[in-house]
Design a protein around this ligand. Structure first.
Ligand code: ADP
Length: 333
């Protein structure tokens, strides 16, 4: 598809180039032939006047080129212009082909990225849908369903629907963040208070695993969307809980630096191997150790997009089996 688009674009570039080159060549040819014609007329008039004796014959006549010489000049100009245009066609054709490739490359990358995204999203959506269907079909085969069975079926279906809802929400967030130029809602908010709320909310999940959460946050003001920033930090803290064993410790530190507010989320969980580390922010990427936990590999890519859209950075340091530290830098208001 892109090969034929590249050829078509090249043809268009060459046509435009040749139209411009032909226009200027014709204009130049016209101007040159007019000049030659003017010289020819003057030479003929001078000859006539001298033969009629209107002007005395000079000892050294003014040297006008002969008609043949002038015709030769005209055809030389024509020939040179033809050569020049052929060279422009060859060099321009090659350059147009390269330029067409360069023009189409970002579009090609975007299409490939979207295709991968759609493939991955469909793949992830298929599992909960298939589970829902299988559960309902198996219950339909039963002649009688007790209240207890019906309840358990509905509960399980609701769980799968919850998964589907979360996934579609994540996909929508990702598309909105990635593919729109809408600036995040700007407004100042206190990042230390936001951190407190996020950690408080996360404590319900951490308590279930008997995880100790520690928060130390210096005051700081941030500009941007409080909801989006909260979503990004929550995803990182939720991961810290998800990928930690029971009785582990998680610390969240917030420091006001020169121009940035730095947030470090440190856990002593399963860690990330060196091989997986460069890809954890890619959409749908899940390290092999994470497959047993719930998730789709979208949380970190959403978090990174949000933070970068706010002019910040998100990085990670991790050692397999030792734990991970996610570091966020957000510009201070
Ligand atoms: P997921 O839904 O799989 O958690 P994320 O995008 O949030 O997706 O994370 C991508 C991957 O990065 C995870 O699958 C996991 O392998 C790894 N990861 C993220 N956070 C941690 C962490 N705190 N400890 C260990 N691995 C992590």
């Amino acid at each position: 598809m892109f090969a034929s688009a590249r050829i078509k674009l090249t043809i268009w570039y060459v046509l435009i180039l040749m139209a411009i080159s032909t226009f200027f060549s014709l204009a130049f040819y016209k101007a040159s032939t007019l000049e030659v014609q003017r010289l020819l007329n003057r030479s003929q008039m001078e000859e006539q006047r001298q033969s009629l004796g209107v002007v005395p014959r000079r000892n050294r006549p003014i040297e006008f080129p002969s008609t043949e010489e002038l015709k030769a000049i005209t055809s030389r100009i024509k020939f040179n212009l033809l050569i020049l245009n052929s060279i422009i066609l060859c060099i321009g054709g090659g350059a147009s082909y390269v330029l067409a490739g360069k023009t189409l490359r970002p579009i090609q990358e975007m299409v490939t990225e979207q295709q991968t995204f759609i493939t991955n999203a469909s793949h992830e959506l298929r599992t909960p849908i298939a589970t829902l269907r299988a559960e309902m079909e198996s219950q339909l085969l039963e002649k009688k369903i007790s209240d207890k069975q019906a309840r358990s079926l509905i509960t399980s279906n609701l769980e799968e629907l919850g998964v589907l809802q979360q996934l579609t929400n994540d996909l929508l967030t990702l598309i909105t963040i990635h593919h729109t130029d809408v600036q995040p809602m700007s407004g100042q908010f206190s990042i230390d208070e936001t951190l407190e709320k996020i950690v408080d909310r996360a404590k319900t999940a951490s308590r279930l695993k008997k995880i100790i959460m520690k928060l130390e946050a210096q005051p700081g003001l941030i500009t941007g969307s409080k909801e989006q920033i909260s979503q990004a930090i929550s995803a990182i803290i939720d991961n810290a809980i998800k990928y930690s064993k029971s009785n582990a410790k998680i610390s969240v530190m917030g420091n006001s630096q020169k121009k940035y507010y730095a947030i470090a989320v440190k856990d002593s969980g399963i860690g990330i191997s060196e091989a997986d580390l460069p890809y954890v922010f890619d959409r749908f990427y899940r390290a092999s150790g994470a497959r047993t936990k719930e998730g789709y590999g979208l949380g970190l890519s959403i978090a990174k997009s949000i933070i970068e859209r706010h002019g910040g950075t998100l990085t990670v340091k991790s050692r397999l089996g030792k734990g991970s530290t996610f570091l966020i830098h957000l510009p201070l208001a």
